[in-house]
Design a protein around this ligand. Structure first.
Ligand code: IVH
Length: 678
């Protein structure tokens, strides 16, 4: 066959496969049998094998897994499935240990035992058992709501379907990782870029018979709901899991000192290549569940656990060009476009150069051969230049002094906490109208931790943006779905699905909304703190009013975690009428739910203030407990205050005095513990 004919036949087959993908995944109406479908796929792969010049991004050899189906029922997890904070160094681990000890208010010399477990790079799932029967299997989803993938999970051989053990809890959600072993992956490697994608794609197949074809395994390591809880330690639970018939890791250990931790990490990292599944680090969990309970959570991850990553994978490539990306905070980030190269199973074609100083310091030029590092889900970065390979055609990069998006002169801010000029070049965007910033803000707005609009990702934002369909967040709620259904790549079904997802996202908590707006320096934790303070959207909207704002911002300074940086940022944001309009237009489209305080706690509708250190718990834990019991923390004594808790260690006499004058109930340490029943 002539090359042209080969190419034509190849493209035809790919297009045919795409047609069937659409019929199967999107419309739920397969036109051909699974076997015929597989036949077309095989023909494409065979052609690629025979003619090495054939390549197409829609080929099954290039596609990253199967297209996820939107067909699964969404079900809320009874206990959220959170993620983990990462630690990359000994210092990070020391920090983790210190924070735990501070929170629990225990001495540095006291030991805490951790369950050290391998962190398999797979897809997490939660398996619910009622009376020993596997009844519901959920994917992690956004952590709060997962997808019902029970039937697919049932095809996994090492998942027990029925457990007949007297000590098995009446209700138990077993959490763990679905993965493919490296040896099994080799057999199907042509279809997927790495084992994790293969596992994810297979697990989210609509047809369990497709899942069955791929050799998935399950490794158990955690729990969600448990009734009754008949274990007190994570290590005890891991042992029980094994006796109940679950696959657990033989590499699980108990560690406590930093030396233990480092030694175990080194040892397992050195065995990494001989272990038959992909590991990207170790997880340390406080072994004692009572302590875990005391430590609790920050927004997305527990205080009692951390992921200690292995060192990153490295590779070499050539810089083809350097582009500047403008982020939602106005930061100009130089990105190296490199010759695509496979680093540890993932094809990398972009790597960050961080900022202007880094380019200068590392003397990075266009055309240079550079070492690239990729660590887990972190953006790949350029480590250094292989100067031996530098030729005379390499070109220095002139960092722009104007924003490539709006043309304004860029700035470098003064960082007050570091007491020096920031390394980051920024678009000052005084009018909050720089196009790329606006577009990046939209991407943030729809992202998982913000509005979390199902199926509305960065690519769609870009697409609608290019078509001038959206500019501000409120535009998302006024899209023309008729028009969307006629766009390239869209149809009635996909447009209706998007419409439904957008409608669903309209109900949003105040904390998520504050985060979604994307005010600089207001991350998830701060957004939650602010939501706790404002309680409802009406009160938050008072920030729009200049006079009221001033007063409020003063109060905010008193909140834990809110400092001058945050207050200044809020001030700058709301000084601009475009921002006020953007937010009020948005609020009109939404149903913003109030910050939820626990309505059943002993401090429901009560306010509490602390002064002086407590002996049995840190201030942070005491505040967390008061909030868990429905209370609101205040930092100044006023008539609004219900309780002042006076710790034994150095209370402020003025505060106690004022509370006495105002006739506020004063609790000493003992009565505080007594109230909490501790
Ligand atoms: S514990 C709140 N244990 O890592 C506790 N996670 O980055 C969160 N993972 O979503 C999970 N091995 O998919 C835990 N032994 C292990 C793990 C593990 C792998 C994954 C899991 C999780 C992610 C967090």
């Amino acid at each position: 066959m002539q090359r042209k004919e080969v190419e034509k036949s190849y493209i035809n087959k790919i297009n045919e496969l795409r047609k069937h993908d659409k019929a199967y995944f999107k419309q739920d109406k397969p036109i051909i049998s699974d076997r015929d479908y597989d036949e077309i796929k095989k023909e494409i792969l065979n052609l690629e094998k025979k003619y090495s010049y054939l390549k197409n991004k829609n080929s099954p050899s290039q596609k990253v897994g199967y297209e996820p189906s939107s067909k699964f029922k969404k079900i809320e997890h009874e206990i959220p499935m959170l993620s983990l904070a990462n630690a990359f160094s000994k210092e990070n681990i020391e920090d983790f240990l210190k924070k735990i000890k501070n929170f629990l208010n225990i001495k540095d010399s006291e030991k805490i035992t951790f369950s050290a477990e391998p962190k398999i790079d797979g897809i997490s799932a939660s398996l619910k058992y009622i009376d020993g029967n596997f009844t519901l299997g959920l994917s992690r989803g956004d952590g709060k709501t997962g997808e019902d993938i029970t039937n697919n999970l049932k095809t996994i051989k090492n998942i027990p379907k029925k457990i007949n053990k007297p000590n098995f809890p009446k209700i138990l959600a077993v959490r763990g990782e679905v993965y493919i072993s490296k040896s099994d992956f080799k057999k199907i490697a042509k279809q997927f870029s790495n084992p994790r994608n293969a596992a994810g794609g297979s697990l989210r197949q609509k047809n369990p018979n497709e899942t069955k074809k791929i050799p998935l395994k399950f490794l158990a390591y955690g729990f969600g709901i448990v009734e009754p809880k008949n274990f007190e330690k994570q290590s005890e639970y891991l042992k029980l899991l094994k006796t109940w018939g679950f696959n657990t890791s033989p590499l699980n250990r108990l560690v406590s000192t930093i030396e233990d931790i480092e030694k175990n990490h080194r040892m397992i990292e050195s065995q990494r290549s001989t272990i038959d599944y992909d590991l990207d680090g170790l997880v340390y969990k406080v072994d004692n569940l009572k302590l875990q309970n005391r430590l609790g959570f920050v927004t997305n991850s527990p205080r009692w656990a951390v992921a200690h990553k292995f060192s990153a994978e490295k590779g070499f490539s050539i810089i083809k060009s350097i582009e500047i990306q403008v982020g939602r905070t106005g930061a100009l980030t130089p990105v190296a476009k490199i010759e695509p190269t496979n680093i540890g199973g993932v094809v990398v074609s972009n790597a960050t150069l961080h900022n202007e100083d880094e380019i200068k310091r590392k003397d990075i030029r266009i055309g240079d051969t550079v070492c690239i590092q990729r660590a887990g889900d972190v953006i790949p970065q350029v480590l250094y230049v292989d100067k031996g390979k530098r030729n005379k055609n390499t070109k220095k990069f002139d960092f722009p002094n104007k924003c490539p998006s709006c043309g304004l002169k860029t700035i470098k801010e003064f960082n007050y906490s570091m007491k020096k000029k920031d390394a980051v070049t920024r678009c000052p965007d005084p009018k909050f109208n720089c196009k790329e910033i606006l577009r990046e803000k939209l991407k943030h707005f729809v992202s998982k931790d913000a509005l979390n609009i199902d199926g509305f990702g960065k690519k769609i934002i870009q697409n609608f943006w290019d078509l001038n369909m959206i500019k501000y967040p409120a535009d998302i709620f006024n899209l023309n779905f008729k028009k969307i259904s006629s766009l390239n790549g869209w149809g009635d079904l996909s447009a209706t699905n998007l419409e439904k997802a957008i409608k669903k996202s309209k109900k949003i908590s105040l904390a998520k909304l504050i985060f979604a707006i994307g005010i600089r320096h207001i991350g998830q934790e701060n957004a939650k703190t602010l939501a706790k303070y404002f309680v409802n959207i009406k009160k938050f909207e008072k920030l729009f009013d200049r006079k009221k704002r001033k007063k409020i911002l003063n109060y905010l300074l008193e909140l834990d975690g809110i400092g001058e940086t945050q207050v200044n940022s809020l001030e700058t944001f709301f000084l601009n009428s475009i921002n006020i309009n953007t937010v009020s237009n948005l609020v009109k489209e939404l149903n913003v739910t109030d910050f939820k305080t626990n309505k059943f706690g002993i401090f429901y509708e009560k306010t509490i203030m602390f002064t002086g250190g407590l002996s049995k718990m840190s201030r942070a834990e005491a505040k967390a407990l008061a909030e868990k019991e429905g209370g609101k923390i205040l930092s100044t004594a006023s008539k609004k205050l219900d309780y002042l808790v006076v710790g034994d260690s150095k209370p402020t006499p003025k505060k106690v005095e004022k509370a006495k004058q105002l006739n506020i109930k004063i609790l000493d340490e003992n009565s505080w513990y007594g109230l909490l029943n501790r």
